[in-house]
Design a binder for this molecule. Structure first.
Ligand SMILES: [Zn+2]
Length: 419
């Protein structure tokens, strides 16, 4: 080999070497960039609405660019924007503003890994644009939604044309099925109300119903499990949103012996003061005006979270439900009465502690179901109790006692065993 050839060879080797080093470095950089992208939390820092009753622009400032899926829902008119999980660090009053075509809006978790913004619009609207801008010229990344007024016919036509993300009917409970595996113990489904984007009612200090009922449900679960007599499953054990129909399905598919939905009520200030716990069962007509008001409010959970209500089961199913429900209704009433009796010794009760109304979450035809309103978040003393771990423990224990009474075999002829 000549000197020149050696020189060329070494240059080549060097080039190859540096090239491969270059590649490796690039890979490492790309890999790193990817890792950062996966881990970097998405934060919404501000939100603005501009425009009028014809055209409205909705803008959210973000710390980085993300993907979105926006679609419309009818009855009531809503715009749903699905996003990856976003930490909404927005000014406190955000959501209270109403402007242009936007009547109200809310935001929050719809499932682990996914957030959602739901806008109630003043009438039928068209999504003209929905995109996220990269940060540029000193401006943060921005989610922009341009809405224009339209008529109902056009709105409904658009709905039939739009392609929706697969998960738009809402999240499914995250808890895996509880397999009986020959375990004959009854399954109690504990259902903490609300969650995620649906906060439920609010206390004067900003306490959220969804948090209070989750804490209570967890205490109830522990107490039920500690006796070893029951299996327990919860429709949610974190801050996710679960549609009402999913909660019902959750109990039915697992063959639950009992379904206990946990909530806390609140009264608008002008409606005066109410206090204490109330136990509700399902009925077609509400037992009084307050029960009707409450059922309407609780049934709104799906609307709040942007669930498509037109996808709900049809009337044939309802007829079957009516037929099968009769015995279940009796068992639900028995359990509700027992809960009231037990709660009396542990918690303050509402002056009419046993009521009924058309709660969607209580419609499992084959699972005895009750809904417990623990107290009023709008009443100072009730709120204090709802926040008290001692009160929680005492009240959960009372519910456990009611469960035990319910499952105690009855005297012959009384019908006996529930599943
Ligand atoms: Zn509630």
């Amino acid at each position: 080999m000549t000197t020149r050839a050696i020189a060329i060879a070494s240059t080549l080797a060097c080039a190859l070497l540096s090239d491969s080093v270059g590649l490796a470095a690039e890979d490492a950089v790309t890999g790193h960039a990817l890792a950062v992208a996966v881990e970097q939390e998405v934060i919404a820092t501000d939100l603005r609405i501009g425009g009028d009753d014809k055209q409205t622009r909705f803008v959210v400032d973000l710390n980085r660019k993300i993907d979105l899926a926006a679609f419309t829902l009818a009855d009531p008119y809503r715009i749903v924007v699905d996003l990856p999980q976003v930490n909404f660090k927005l000014p406190a009053k955000t959501g209270a503003q109403s402007r242009g075509l936007v009547k109200a809006f809310r935001y929050g978790l719809i499932m682990q890994g996914g957030s959602r913004i739901v806008l109630d619009t003043k009438g039928p609207v068209r999504i003209e644009k929905a995109f996220v801008l990269d940060a540029a010229e000193g401006q943060p990344a921005r989610l922009v939604l341009d809405l224009a007024a339209t008529d109902r016919a056009a709105f409904m036509r658009n709905i039939s044309l739009q392609t929706r993300p697969a998960h738009n009917t809402g999240a499914k409970p995250s808890e895996p099925p509880v397999k009986a595996d020959g375990d004959a113990r009854p399954l109690i489904v504990v259902d903490p109300g609300h969650g995620g984007i649906d906060n439920g009612t609010k206390g004067s200090g900003g306490e959220l119903e969804k948090d209070i009922v989750l804490a209570f449900s967890q205490a109830l679960r522990e107490k039920l499990e500690s006796g070893g007599k029951y299996r327990v499953a919860m429709t949610r054990s974190d801050d996710s949103f679960i549609p009402l129909s999913e909660r019902v399905r959750f109990a039915r598919t697992r063959g639950a012996g009992l379904f206990v939905s946990i909530h806390a009520d609140a009264l608008p200030r002008k409606e005066g003061l109410a206090e204490g716990a109330t136990v509700y069962t399902l009925s077609e007509t509400a037992s009084d005006a307050e029960a009707a008001r409450l059922a309407e409010a609780e049934n709104k959970a799906d609307v709040i979270a942007g669930v498509d209500l037109t996808a709900e089961p049809n009337d044939v199913a309802n007829i079957l439900v009516d037929l099968a429900q009769r015995e279940t209704k009796t068992f639900s009433m028995q359990f509700a009465r027992t809960v009231v009796d037990e709660l009396k010794s542990a918690a303050r009760m509402h002056k009419h502690p046993l009521k009924s109304a058309g709660f969607k979450v209580l419609t499992a035809p084959d699972v005895p179901s009750v809904l417990i309103e623990l107290g009023y978040m709008s009443t100072k003393d009730d709120l204090k109790q709802l926040n008290s771990p001692a009160w929680r423990a005492r009240t959960a224990q009372a519910v456990v006692k009611a469960v035990e009474t319910f499952f105690t075999p009855r005297v012959a002829g009384a019908g006996g065993g529930h599943r």
